[in-house]
Ligand binder design. Structure first.
Ligand code: SAH
Length: 268
């Protein structure tokens, strides 16, 4: 006999809701979390009907969840009453600070694809707390994040994220395991915070150099970075013959240091 569950959440397109129904994949995603300490802290973004939550609560972790959708929140409270106050109804992007955990924590989630880049910019802002992210994303976005220099898909988010995280594409997921199926392939990635405490350069300038470079990705960096009014000795650098996608993360950091150094020298 088929048991018909009538209280399921009706998926809302506007919230990027594609509910995973493959238990094996859900388990694999949760198992991809590297849990170093006992009772380590984990935040799930967008739990929906709890397909990951179900496996997360079996682990010895401190779990918090942020879900924007009232129907999903009601569903979760009904089916997982033990979540209690750890389930926060709200918009992850609007949270002023991620201070519900005292120190470091990991993030997990099958992210709403329409806001995945914004989620990562928020992760970057909070990189001193966020040790690890395991998430499902649109495959193309996942590949871009993990791409290395010299690759066509290497871009702004690849450089900014890889400056602080090592990124591994774990496995791909086909549309058919979701209700409703998305129009795109998905992939699961893991980001782990690297040892870099700081870039040892002006980090705002670093972001500007990376953004300007890739916003004109077909130009050489010499032309792409014109708006930055680089001093003549920097403009002459051989490095600037290249396009943004040819520079490694370390080279972007070095370039920023050189620009910073030459500006400091010329202001004396
Ligand atoms: N984890 C579930 C749902 C994935 S769909 C599963 O795998 O089946 C994405 C989820 O993110 C939905 O539940 C959606 O309501 C939620 N969501 C969308 N935007 C959000 C936001 N800004 N903050 C928190 N949750 C959000």
């Amino acid at each position: 006999m088929r048991i018909v569950r009538t209280d399921k959440v009706r998926p809302k397109k506007s919230l990027g809701q594609h509910f995973l129904h493959d238990q094996h994949i859900a388990q694999r995603i949760v198992d991809a979390l590297t849990l170093r300490d006992q009772r380590c802290a984990v935040l799930e973004i967008g739990p929906g009907m709890g397909v990951l939550t179900k496996y997360l609560i079996e682990k010895d972790i401190q779990l918090k969840l942020v879900e924007i959708d009232r129907d999903s929140v009601a569903y979760l409270h009904k089916h997982y009453p033990a979540l209690g106050n750890n389930l926060i109804e709200g918009d992850f992007l609007e949270l002023n600070s991620l201070d519900f955990f005292p120190n470091h924590f990991s993030i997990i989630g099958n992210f709403p694809y329409n806001i995945s880049s914004q989620i990562f910019f928020k992760v970057l802002e909070n990189r001193h707390q966020v040790d690890q992210v395991v998430c499902m994303l649109q495959k193309e976005v996942a590949e871009r994040m993990a791409a290395k220099h010299g690759n066509k898909t290497y871009g702004i988010l690849s450089v900014l994220l890889q400056a602080y995280y090592s990124i591994e594409l774990l496995f791909k997921v086909p549309p058919g395991v979701f209700t409703p199926p998305p129009n795109v392939m998905s992939a699961v990635i893991r980001l782990e915070r690297n040892a870099r405490q700081s870039l040892e350069c002006d980090e705002q300038l670093f972001v500007r150099v990376v953004k300007q470079g890739f916003n004109n990705r077909r130009k050489t960096l010499r032309n792409a970075l014109k708006n930055l009014n680089l001093p003549a000795e920097v403009v002459g650098l051989k490095l600037l013959d290249q396009r943004a996608e040819q520079l490694s993360v370390d080279e972007f950091i070095n370039l920023t240091r050189i620009i910073e150094g030459s500006r400091a020298a010329s202001s004396h």
